[in-house]
Design a protein. Structure first.
Length: 194
């Protein structure tokens, strides 16, 4: 049943009461219409949202996460292996250099070495390096520099006490008598020549 003026007049209401009721009723109806229109718009959007949700379910986000996570773990492992290999290579190269192997030989040995089989001590040196390096320097002996002791050439010997030889005139020009006496003693051969 509709709320009309005639219906309200049948209830023996005054014109002011009827106008007040009609105005309140109109406000209520307008508010309900606004809500209805909003819900209609929302219901139209719901279909689109449901489609997006279905698409996301198809994409399987859990699988994507697991794939990304495993790729990241592989990257971390690869980086650790690379860092470890570099540390082993550096320690090995130093040990070869200490054993007297030249740069060219070090390059050849480093290219042929299986670094996975080499272990490092906590201080970064190679475990059992003496045995390993001895075997390598024996096998690659053409690239190991032979150390030999040779005496100092004396074609032009340095002055006494490792200093430079001074001339007689240079020594005599020294004004300090104590310094001059010290230089004469260091370069006595200059004064003994003729």
């Amino acid at each position: 049943m509709a709320l009309t003026r005639s219906f309200l007049k049948g209830m023996d209401l005054t014109d002011e009461q009827i106008a007040s009721i009609i105005e309140a009723h109109t406000e209520t109806v307008d508010a309900l219409k606004e809500q209805r229109d909003k819900y209609k718009d929302d219901s139209k959007k719901l279909g689109k949202v449901q489609k997006e949700l279905d698409d996301l379910k198809k994409d399987d986000w859990k699988q994507k996460y697991e794939d990304e996570h495993s790729a990241f773990e592989k990257y971390k492992t690869d980086q650790t292996k690379e860092t470890t290999k570099k540390a082993k290579e550096t320690a090995f190269k130093k040990a070869l250099a200490d054993a007297g192997m030249n740069e060219k030989g070090q390059g050849y040995v480093l290219k042929t070495t299986d670094f996975d089989s080499i272990e490092l001590n906590e201080d970064g040196t190679i475990k059992n390096s003496d045995d390993l390096i001895k075997g390598i320097t024996d096998e690659w002996s053409d690239f190991v520099t032979k150390k030999s002791k040779r005496g100092l050439r004396i074609d032009n010997p340095p002055g006494k006490n490792g200093g430079e030889t001074m001339t007689r005139d240079e020594i005599m020009k020294i004004k300090d008598p104590i310094e001059r006496q010290r230089k004469i003693a260091e370069n006595i051969e200059v004064f003994q020549k003729g």
